[in-house]
Design a protein around this ligand. Sequence first.
Ligand code: FES
Ligand code: FES
Length: 152
Amino acid sequence: MITLRINGEKHSIDVAPDMPLLWVIRDIIGITGTKYGCGIGVCGSCKVLLDNSPVQSCMIPVSAAEGKEILTIEGASENLQLLQQSWVELNVAQCGFCQPGQLISAAALLDKNENPTDEDINEAMIGNICRCGTYQRIKDAIHRTVELKNQN
Ligand code: FES
Ligand code: FES
């Protein structure tokens, strides 16, 4: 049995230790906000936070996540919630498929850097591909989130 902590809740599952974390989160546990894009670590749509660091969950064996805090797009960190508010306000998503991974990377950035520059954002978001080309709106929404945080 492997026990995972996802968005503050414990889940005990009986799976092979080398099953990718993404499979477990989506197919075994049924939390489906995290998306399967490429399955080979290049698109970023499967990103989750593992102890506050963004990881590609398609590349991580589930055993490596045991004992760590996993945050998915359904989670409730302050930055993630404010980012989602800005995403809606600025109408960032187009097809939406890449957006959970984009939001996870953006949340990890704001957890470490309260006022990122455009360059900081470019660097932090480098592993997140958007086939709809929403990059500029993502950048604007991250800056908008900083404004919202400063108003609170
Ligand atoms: Fe994991 Fe693309 S599905 S990086
Ligand atoms: Fe369509 Fe990013 S919004 S892939």
